[in-house]
Design a binder for this molecule. Structure first.
Ligand SMILES: [Fe+2]
Length: 114
């Protein structure tokens, strides 16, 4: 992603928006790394090499999770959406619709952790 994450003049953006943009870039890079390891694991016949790659992919899961947690701490509505969608059984689309409704509610206090 590099420096092209900016869609507004970078020198006019507040510092917190720069931090947010950098963390979004990191999140994207971690997601790409997870996919790259997934592809390598699908192709690699050597068991020891596969074990190392699987270990590395696990690190990328952790990195992705930390980046995501940092970002949702900046955006309460994002947290509300994820709380309605993630780690639940059932219809993902239905959970997404619920998330959209909860985001629209003023405050959404019932889902916000403090
Ligand atoms: Fe990483």
């Amino acid at each position: 992603m590099g420096f092209d994450q900016y869609h507004e003049p970078a020198n006019e953006l507040p510092p917190e928006t720069h931090i947010f943009a950098r963390m979004m870039a990191s999140l994207t890079e971690e997601a790409e790394a997870i996919s790259w390891y997934e592809q390598r694991l699908a192709m690699e016949p050597n068991q020891e090499a596969r074990a190392i790659m699987a270990n590395a992919q696990g690190e990328e899961f952790k990195h992705f999770g930390m980046d995501l947690e940092f970002l949702v701490r900046q955006k309460p509505k994002w947290r509300i959406a994820l709380q309605d969608i993630l780690f639940k059984k059932g219809d993902i689309v239905a959970h997404g619709e619920e998330a959209e409704e909860d985001e629209q509610q003023e405050g959404g206090e019932k889902h916000v952790e403090t």
